[in-house]
Ligand binder design. Structure first.
Ligand SMILES: *[C@@H]1O[C@H](CO)[C@@H](O)[C@H](O)[C@H]1NC(C)=O
Ligand SMILES: *[C@@H]1O[C@H](CO)[C@@H](O)[C@H](O)[C@H]1NC(C)=O
Ligand SMILES: *[C@@H]1O[C@H](CO)[C@@H](O)[C@H](O)[C@H]1NC(C)=O
Ligand SMILES: *[C@@H]1O[C@H](CO)[C@@H](O)[C@H](O)[C@H]1NC(C)=O
Ligand SMILES: *[C@@H]1O[C@H](CO)[C@@H](O)[C@H](O)[C@H]1NC(C)=O
Ligand SMILES: *[C@@H]1O[C@H](CO)[C@@H](O)[C@H](O)[C@H]1NC(C)=O
Length: 746
């Protein structure tokens, strides 16, 4: 791993880009690089608006889209003096497009600067991540913060406009919607279906809840709901929305009901705005998940309802919290960058792109008590698996496993909260199977079990059982909290018994490598099961079950020795895909867990052998995941990069993943599955498995902690103009200095 020099170099590059405008082929700078898709408002399974970027798409040349490529129209225009410009979305009409000067992404934010004649605008999209505050963590909202300053040293009159349509609810445009606008200190457009259908989904969207679009009530504000052409034309012609709103209900595409705000900012000079314009946006429900446990089906509420009675209250808190939230976002950005820069600048870039995507599909929930009040002590985290074969599955065990490195990096309470839904479900629903189930529901948001063909035979018995043992031990080891082990010991022991009988020579079955053809005797699957037995031995020790401890420890030693003789090819040069196939080979990513758990059962020469085999196999866009196909999966590649020792190989893998992301071949939210030779993207997009890229941070033992008392350098200068726009911009700059300063401490 690289040290101070790489960090300093990364800083120099980062700061250089801030001050020197170097247009690329696109005409704007991209920092850290030009990604397949840029997160705009990405903060729940159903708040998911991206700029599908591909080879390079300006903010005003395409509509924001849901992760599945359906339009979530979000438009913005500005008027500078008397000229109208379009800043967001390809709005019809004769407006001038602003020139995009730059695009930058960090772990929490995507920042665009646009030159609209004599005034420059900054559009900062923040999807906050605050894992240390469970109420804030569960808010399904994002910010858009707009600042402006003149670029010719003079004053200009500036007006800003933004709107959304009913496409924020669904891509089924014939759906009938209704809306209302409330105006107190905060003005909110709330849009929902006429026909609310709780827990039902169509085309990956929920048919329940509402979209909220808000801003502060301030001088110069006007707002309106109405037909798209009327509303946008009114702003273009009058610079304000003075006509009263229309009322619904009607279909989304029936003259396209549009929900708009306009703000007359008055005269703007080179110092910028006294107060940035802050918008909040998101889709929220008050009953989020159905969960089948002993006693029946629970309707679980979003965790924010432990503090806010309604989604609207939560949104009002969110709007008032924007300054603290931006500050927290800066701290998160700086820490992720400082931790990741210990590996490399490219690694930091990958984590910055992955973070919001990994966390967005999660919903942190609380139970409702029988009297209707909310039980804040019953915390469960559910997440939706997006795209590919298992679209819509809930808390898929192989998916939790894939993103486990991220869970070891953030608040451990969340790690417990994502494991417990599986443990509690299986413990209370008397499973007829001796192994762990792959998932607790295949239709988000119903955690009511697997139905139909998927129940028998169960697709991933060794995979799921081993994953749960490994993760339960990892959580307990990290925190010293034995509550999961003590509560679910019998279940864990049952799965370990199953592995004792089935993991050394696994039968033909599915595993986490869902793209690969299932085979019997899979080497990588077998070793995971053996590592899980080692983990069970450790858990038995923690639970004072010394007989179990000895038994599992003996089995582990015997199995790992047998595994080694079967797992290596006859020429001894690599691990095989399956025991009897000497030509086949694999990444062997499950070996990573032997390092993370410090079980140390795999002999060092196996790591050495794998490392030297993989060294010569890095294609332009990565190492293929195994010898059966040219595909690779970037999160499993990152586990592999983290378990090998050779820095050159580590960097080759990391840089090849960046090469894929900046190749322009994909215009989808951070795909993890692609062709290692041609970068042709395939099925996986917008999935939480990008959390697996945090593999290095987990091994480094780094922890994301929101040090709320920590003073950013910008805050110690004695001035007290926190709300001013120039200080907002200055803060962004200073955070970059702070970040570099932090990274030098390591
Ligand atoms: C980017 O450009 C290349 C070369 O023209 C093209 O093959 C590729 O399809 C483009 N990417 C997208 C996502 O459209
Ligand atoms: C969830 O269950 C409800 C019945 O409780 C059903 O109406 C709904 O369609 C189910 N949702 C999905 C996504 O299958
Ligand atoms: C926002 O941050 C300030 C300063 O750290 C703190 O005093 C205040 O309580 C915070 N507000 C909320 C709502 O947490
Ligand atoms: C195991 O034994 C130790 C030492 O006797 C004791 O402190 C600990 O509480 C026991 N743990 C459990 C889970 O019973
Ligand atoms: C793989 O090599 C071993 C050792 O030479 C041999 O026993 C085994 O038959 C080989 N397997 C295949 C399928 O060729
Ligand atoms: C980052 O990755 C890209 C793409 O592989 C590569 O061109 C670049 O040299 C890497 N950056 C550094 C600093 O190694």
């Amino acid at each position: 791993m690289l040290g101070i020099h790489a960090a300093a170099q990364a800083c120099a590059v980062a700061l250089g880009v801030l001050f020197v405008f170097v247009p690329g082929v696109l005409g704007w700078t991209n920092k850290p690089f030009n990604p397949p898709a840029i997160p705009l408002a990405v903060s729940s399974p159903y708040t998911s608006a991206w700029l599908m970027n591909g080879n390079g798409t300006a903010l005003n040349s395409d509509w924001p889209k849901f992760w599945n490529d359906k339009i979530t129209a979000w438009a913005s225009m500005v008027i500078v003096d008397s000229i109208t410009y379009q800043t967001m979305g390809p709005i019809r009409g004769g407006d001038l497009a602003c020139d995009q000067l730059s695009m930058q992404f960090t772990a929490t934010s995507s920042i665009f600067t646009l030159r609209c004649g004599l005034v420059d605008f900054t559009y900062t999209f923040i999807s906050p991540i605050d894992p240390d505050d469970l109420v804030r963590f569960s808010l399904p909202f994002s910010y858009l913060i707009i600042t402006a300053q003149s670029n010719d040293g003079r004053q200009h009159s500036v007006k800003v406009y933004t709107d959304i349509t009913g496409e924020w609810l669904t891509s089924d445009l014939a759906e009938s919607i209704t809306w209302q606008t409330s105006a107190t200190e905060i003005i909110t457009h709330r849009v929902q279906f006429v026909d609310q259908r709780p827990f039902q989904e169509t085309n990956n969207r929920i048919l329940d809840g509402a979209v909220y679009f808000s801003t502060m009530n301030r001088k110069g504000i006007t707002f309106r709901a109405g037909a798209v052409d009327d509303v946008r034309t009114a702003f273009q012609q009058q610079g304000a929305l003075t006509t009263p709103s229309e009322t619904g209900p009607r279909a989304i595409n029936d003259r396209w009901p549009t929900f708009a705000f306009a703000v007359d900012l008055g005269s703007v000079g080179p110092q910028g705005l006294a107060q940035p314009v802050v918008f909040g946006i998101g889709h929220a429900r008050e009953s989020v998940v159905q969960y089948a446990v002993a006693g029946g089906i629970q309707d679980r509420v979003p965790y924010f309802m432990t503090k806010h009675a309604t989604a609207q209250d939560a949104l009002e808190f969110f709007m008032g919290d924007w300054q603290n939230a931006t500050r927290t976002a800066s701290l998160v950005d700086a820490q992720v960058d400082a931790h990741a820069s210990k590996v490399s600048a490219n690694y930091s870039a990958i984590l910055s792109l992955a973070m919001r995507q990994a966390i967005a599909p999660m919903e942190l929930t609380a139970a409702r008590k029988s009297d209707g009040s909310v039980d804040a002590s019953d915390v469960l985290l559910f997440f939706r698996q997006n795209s590919a074969g298992y679209n819509g599955w809930m808390n898929g065990v192989d998916m939790i496993y894939a993103m486990w490195p991220l869970f070891t990096y953030i608040n451990p309470q969340l790690s417990k909260a994502v494991l417990e839904p599986v443990l509690r479900y299986i413990a209370s629903n008397v499973s007829p199977y001796p192994y762990c189930l792959q998932s607790i529901g295949q239709s988000y948001p119903n955690a009511t079990g697997l139905t139909g063909a998927v129940t028998e035979p169960h697709p991933m018995p060794v995979e799921a059982s081993a994953d749960m043992l490994i993760m339960t031990f990892s959580y307990s080891q990290r925190t010293g909290d034995l509550s999961l082990i003590n509560t679910y010991y019998e279940l864990l022991n049952q799965w370990a018994t199953y592995l004792g009988q089935n993991t050394l020579i696994p039968t033909k079955q599915e595993q986490a490598e869902t793209w690969a053809t299932p085979s019997a005797k899979m080497t990588n699957l077998a070793v995971k099961g053996i590592i899980a037995l080692a983990a069970m031995s450790e858990m038995a020790k923690l639970a004072n079950r010394s007989d179990d401890m000895t038994q599992y420890s003996t089995t582990t030693k015997s199995y790992i020795a047998q595994w080694k003789t079967m797992a290596l090819s006859n020429n001894g040069q690599h691990l095989t895909y399956s025991y009897d196939n000497n030509q086949s080979w694999i990444l062997g990513f499950n070996l990573y867990m032997d390092k993370l758990l410090k079980t140390n059962i795999v002999e060092p020469d196996v790591f050495v052998t794998q490392e030297s085999w993989l060294k010569s196999r890095v294609n332009a866009y990565g190492i293929q995941a195994d010898s059966t196909a040219i595909w690779t999966v970037s999160n499993w590649e990152m586990w592999t990069a983290a378990y090998v020792q050779d820095a050159a190989l580590q960097h080759a893998i990391i840089d090849s993943i960046v090469a894929f992301h900046q190749s322009g071949r994909s215009a989808a939210p951070m795909p993890t599955f692609f062709d290692s030779e041609t970068a042709k993207p395939d099925r996986f997009r917008a999935r939480t498995d990008v959390g697996g890229h945090f593999a290095f941070l987990a091994l480094q033992g780094d922890q994301l902690t929101i040090q709320r008392g920590f003073q950013l350098p910008s805050e110690s200068d004695g001035s007290n103009s926190a709300a001013s726009a120039s200080s907002f911009v200055a803060r962004t700059l200073v955070v970059w200095f702070g970040l570099c300063w932090l990274s030098l401490l390591y």
